[in-house]
Write a protein that binds this ligand. Structure first.
Ligand code: CAA
Length: 397
């Protein structure tokens, strides 16, 4: 268990193991993902080789229990990994994030022993890549309004419908799919299933041509009379909405970490540029106008990191963390866009060209305000929790 220290004698800091993990991932990402991130932004080519490298290093099973071949590290370590990867390649960080928190974790939390044995080892070692299918063309924020149906046939279910905005799309091997087993019950009629790619009746739409994270292979999944054995039910019939929501709670901490990585990359680029660039006879870092922009980003990165680690720590400690996860995602995703925007501004004309990464950071940052729940949805989640419980001390809920 982690030691995110929050008492009077010790300050907020990573443990030695967490710090070692941070350094290792930073080196790996810098060395292997940096150039490719620029390339795949242009080609849209899904960087499976990045995922394979993370698999070799055991990162694809970072939060999966040891019993199923994972490293069973704490969630702060996961935040560290996602942030360091996102600092170099936002695409690779979301590939890993969806694989880990949105696909592997619901199996850890709700899967039968048989499903855990069948899927978790292969997800942990990266032999399988995971994805999560909740949204549909007509339902995003209002997740309970999904139209995909699962008809109970006794020993199996028949699924029909279209899921949308699937990160890892047709590149994935295993999918957590949500469908309506009893539409009259609205959210209480939603059920979760595990599907494999090569099952009859599953097909994929064209790749979405996106503003940012262009290589993350986002597409639709079509389900045409797909026969799913009852063993592939995740949890019980009707548990799907709660599985989806509690999974997103963990996922949102990962998106906060991804956003922090993008904000950090923006800060690093803007500050190094400002130290080198001269105007009016001196380095532009000497101008307060530039310093103030950098200070604002730096301070907010610190604040975002504390919010994100707090949410992760509360999850690790078994406390309710829905509000804290939403706060971290809301704050960090809006920070990522702001930081990238400031980086473009500090770089001036150069920031607006593809010669520098600032424009990519700006494009990549925007999605963190949208996926896994928009900023507006995070505000709703926070409001509901604050209204219910009041604004409580940071270590309780
Ligand atoms: N954990 C467990 N259960 C939860 C929960 C949580 N965090 N939040 C709500 N629930 C439960 C409630 O307790 C309630 O249960 P009961 O019926 O037993 O009382 C039930 O779920 C319904 O709750 P609400 O009435 O609050 O539900 P709602 O329909 O009003 O929706 C919402 C609430 C917050 C708007 C929710 O729909 C939501 O989060 N929407 C956003 C969906 C989203 O994030 N989509 C992202 C898609 S995934 C993605 O982006 C994929 C990718 O590849 C990156």
């Amino acid at each position: 268990m982690n030691n995110f220290l929050i008492n009077q004698t010790q300050t907020f800091r990573f443990t030695e193991e967490q710090e070692l993990l941070r350094k290792t991932i930073r080196e790996v990402a810098e060395e292997n993902f940096k150039e490719k991130a620029r390339e795949t932004d242009k080609t849209h080519k899904f960087p499976r080789e990045n995922f394979n490298l993370l698999a070799k290093l055991g990162i694809t099973g970072l939060i999966i229990p040891e019993k199923y071949g994972g490293s069973e590290l704490d969630y702060i370590s996961y935040v560290i990994a996602i942030k360091e990867i996102a600092r170099v390649c936002a695409v690779t960080s979301v590939i890993l994030g969806v694989h880990s928190s949105l696909c592997s974790m619901p199996i850890v939390k709700f899967g039968s022993e048989c499903l855990k044995e069948k899927y978790l080892r292969k997800l942990a070692c990266g032999e399988l890549l995971g994805a999560y299918c909740l949204s549909e063309p007509g339902s995003g924020s209002d997740a309970a309004a999904m139209q995909t149906k699962a008809e109970d046939k006794g020993s199996y279910f028949i699924l029909n419908g279209t899921k949308a905005w699937i990160t890892n799309g047709s590149e994935a091997d295993v999918y957590i799919v949500f469908a309506q087993t009893n539409p009259d019950l609205k959210h209480k009629g939603i059920t979760a299933f595990i599907l494999e790619k090569n099952i009859q009746g599953v097909s994929f739409g064209k790749l979405e041509d996106k503003l940012g994270i262009r290589a993350s292979a986002t597409c639709q999944m079509h389900l045409d009379n797909v026969k799913v054995p009852e063993e592939n039910l995740l949890g019980n019939i009707g548990d799907g909405f709660k599985i989806a929501m509690s999974t997103l709670d963990r996922g949102r901490i990962g998106i906060a970490a991804q956003a922090l990585g993008i904000a950090q990359a923006s800060y690093d680029l803007a500050s190094s540029y400002a130290k080198a660039r001269e105007a009016f006879g001196q380095k532009i870092i000497n101008f307060q106008a530039i310093q103030f922009m950098l200070v604002e980003i730096a301070t907010e990165i610190e604040a975002g990191q504390l919010l994100t680690c707090q949410a992760a720590n509360m999850y690790d400690l078994g406390l309710k963390f829905t509000r804290q996860a939403a706060e971290a995602k809301l704050f960090c995703s809006e920070l990522a866009s702001k930081a990238a925007n400031k980086a473009v501004q500090i770089l001036g004309g150069y920031g607006y060209t593809t010669e520098y990464d600032a424009q990519r950071y700006l494009r990549d940052a925007k999605i963190t305000e949208i996926y896994e729940g928009t900023s507006e949805i995070q505000r709703i989640v926070i409001a509901e929790n604050i209204i219910k419980t009041g604004l409580t001390h940071m270590s309780s809920n």
